[in-house]
Ligand binder design. Structure first.
Ligand SMILES: [Zn+2]
Ligand SMILES: [Zn+2]
Length: 178
């Protein structure tokens, strides 16, 4: 241990107000979804989802990974299957489905924040649980993605692109709606 006050190993916290502007709620929950996505176990895509109720309280979080107790892609490799001409990893449960499995009926009336556009299978489950809005950040093409927007519209569920602000944790968004 060094003894000088300018020792590089000495932890010097920067006052929070100097680096962070308090984000809007939508920004906050999208950034949280990106944090959750870091726990994903399929290397093909890391996705995170945060389920939030009408009081802005988090009901649950989910990332894409294997079913409980099963081996993960980052250990045994992806389980690739060609579906409709597109190669997909079928080992994982998607982030959105994971959080819905956890939340059950508490998902009704909630808003779902997710780092990417849901796939068509998750879309049907989201509609089925009574979620009112889906806020996503990055457009991501998967099976039948082109039908997702229409399906949500028919169901009366909002599908909303998050508009990026200055981020508190420095995430950069790469993709946009095609
Ligand atoms: Zn995988
Ligand atoms: Zn999905």
């Amino acid at each position: 241990m060094g003894s000088g006050s300018d020792d590089a190993s000495t932890f010097k916290p920067v006052p929070l107000q100097e680096v962070i502007v308090r984000p809007e709620w939508q920004q906050h929950f999208i950034e949280m979804a990106y944090l959750v996505a870091t726990m994903a176990t399929c290397p093909r895509k890391h996705v995170g989802a945060v389920l939030v109720n009408a009081d802005k309280r988090i009901v649950g979080t989910g990332f894409n990974g294997s079913a409980a107790g099963m081996e993960h892609c980052d250990v045994v490799g992806c389980d690739m299957v060609e579906i409709n001409g597109r190669m997909s990893c079928v080992r994982t449960i998607h982030a959105e489905s994971n959080v819905l499995d956890f939340a059950g009926q508490r998902a009704r009336g909630c808003t779902l924040y997710v780092t990417v556009t849901p796939c068509f299978e998750c879309t049907k489950r989201i509609v089925n649980t009574g979620i009112v809005d889906v806020i996503y950040d990055e457009y991501y093409a998967s099976q039948n993605t082109e039908r997702v927007a229409e399906y949500f519209r028919d169901a009366g569920v909002g599908l909303i692109k998050h508009e990026v602000e200055e981020t508190a944790i420095g995430h950069e968004v790469e993709a946009s709606i095609p």
